[in-house]
Ligand binder design. Structure first.
Ligand code: SF4
Length: 487
């Protein structure tokens, strides 16, 4: 029985959605996002898979999400029909980040399913996972899922549905799934991931279905402007060698993909500011009456026409990634962004009456010292002077986590205590200059654990989740499984 509060929340959210797809079909899947609804609805990947699954013949994919309220013990239901989420042939998780592994475990438990794949059989739904985490490391997911869709999901969805719904036993499903390129079935193939799927360029752009005021990006229709990146920043999974370069979606195709009544348009892409038609694209969207949002920009791509177009599209914040704290670190990371680019961006922001400049920076990159952090704080003071008394400076600080499939894969993780010390120092040095939104050293350590882990890491996190999911529980579980100590 669903509580009244949950029913009301779902009904309010459904009432605010525009663009929902789906309907009836004999082939039923539940598509699950292991974070809460507002985050899910701001995920272009989740929305794209939802749209594409519902476009399959005789197929209906309904959505379910990690409940926000942990005290509420309702079984998870799908938003579309309020049926139990586990009442489907397939549960498909879209996992974006390492830290969502806990959310996946909570979702399985709140669906009333055994969490370990080995404890489920043909009477329960097949559990699949895909999403951005598969570009990093799918191995910690393996104890919990029957199959993983590696990389870009678009080419797999049709064959995957056929394999599941045309097979008459769990064993037959597994056999057919294992034969699909980019599908990983650990029970048959072991834990070695196959090559990542890559979709044909004709499948681009990915685009959302729904916009809603309840999304983390309110009233924003998401569409992909480019996939991958042609640059080579050594810490970044999107770098050219990892994703075979940048695939640019032509402006005309992007414009065709956008519903006329979408209030705002979010142009998505790791390297969106490298899109060769970006300024005229933003101008065209503004002419059509849309607001426009972009993810962070490269400072060396910020120009006067771009800032003016973004302001005309309703932006009052300009967001830029510095990543390395100092000139030397940015150079070592192959970021190729200089202090002058950041100064120039601040100057253009002031001229266009942007009210806030936001800068992303990482702490804990290789060879970083306090002097690098002090250089960043000094630059922040300069930027604040350029912005003047009414311009706000915001800094978003994350902790560098070495990722597989990048040149820095084997770089050391800075450690929890040292990460926290550096973040504290940055906070002190920026006091009165910028507001600081800082990540947590503890969560970064868990992110590192998952990014570099194995099936046993997944099992250790399962132990920790059962013990309450605190950082202390993770440390105990990792040690207990013989995986060393978290420093
Ligand atoms: S950090 Fe940005 S510019 Fe550098 S490789 Fe990644 S997406 Fe490209």
């Amino acid at each position: 029985m669903l509580s009244r509060a949950t029913q009301q929340l779902i009904s309010e959210r459904l009432a605010a959605e525009v663009g929902r797809v789906g309907g009836e079909g004999r082939r039923r899947l539940t598509l699950v996002y292991p974070s809460p609804y507002p985050v899910a609805m701001s995920s272009l990947g989740f929305q794209t898979v939802y749209r594409l699954l519902n476009a399959q013949d005789d197929t209906v994919a309904e959505r379910a999400f990690l409940p926000e309220d942990d005290s509420d013990r309702d079984l998870i239901v799908t938003y579309e029909s309020l049926r139990p989420a586990a009442d489907a042939a397939v549960i498909a998780f879209s996992v974006a980040y390492e830290l969502e592994l806990f959310g996946l475990l909570t979702c399985l438990a709140r669906m009333g399913l055994p969490l370990l794949a080995a404890e489920r059989d043909g009477r329960q739904p097949l559990v699949l996972a895909g999403g951005p985490l598969t570009f990093v490391n799918p191995r910690p997911l393996l104890p919990f899922v029957d199959a993983v869709v590696m990389g870009e999901a678009e080419p797999s969805l049709g064959p995957l549905c056929d394999a599941v719904f045309q097979s008459d036993s769990r064993e037959a499903q597994r056999q057919r799934l294992a034969a699909i390129p980019g599908l990983m079935v650990p029970a048959l193939q072991g834990d070695r991931p196959p090559p990542l799927n890559r979709c044909d360029d004709t499948a681009l752009p990915a685009k959302a279905a729904i916009w809603t005021s309840h999304s983390a990006l309110p009233q924003m229709f998401l569409v992909e402007a480019a996939r991958g990146c042609s640059r080579g920043c050594t810490f970044c999974l999107m770098r050219r060698s990892g994703r075979q370069g940048m695939r640019v979606v032509p402006k005309t195709r992007i414009l065709e993909a956008i519903p006329e009544n979408a209030p705002r348009v979010g142009l998505v892409g790791a390297a969106v500011s490298d899109h060769p038609e970006l300024v005229s694209l933003v101008e065209a969207l503004v002419d059509r009456g849309h607001g426009v949002g972009l993810s962070s920009l490269r400072a060396d791509r910020v120009t006067e026409p771009l800032v003016e177009a973004l302001v005309a599209g309703g932006n009052r914040t300009l967001t830029i990634a510095a990543d390395g704290a100092s000139e030397a670190l940015r150079s070592a990371l192959d970021k190729h962004i200089h202090a002058d680019h950041l100064r120039q961006a601040a100057t253009l922001a002031v001229a266009a009456e942007v009210t806030q400049l936001k800068i992303y920076v990482m702490v804990g990159t290789p060879d970083e010292t306090d002097r690098d952090l002090e250089e960043f704080a000094g630059l922040a003071r300069e930027l604040k002077r350029i912005l003047g008394p009414y311009g706000k400076l915001a800094v978003g600080a994350s902790v560098f986590v070495p990722k597989p499939n990048t040149p820095l894969a084997h770089a050391p993780f800075v450690g929890v205590a040292e990460a926290e010390r550096r973040l504290k120092k940055l906070r002190q040095d920026l006091f009165g200059v910028a507001t600081l939104g800082a990540a947590s050293g503890r969560w970064a350590a868990i992110e590192h654990l998952v990014a570099t882990g194995t099936r046993d890491t997944g099992l250790a996190l399962f132990d920790a989740w059962q013990a309450g999911g605190s950082f202390a529980a993770v440390k105990r579980a990792v040690f207990g499984r013989g995986l060393g100590r978290i420093a």
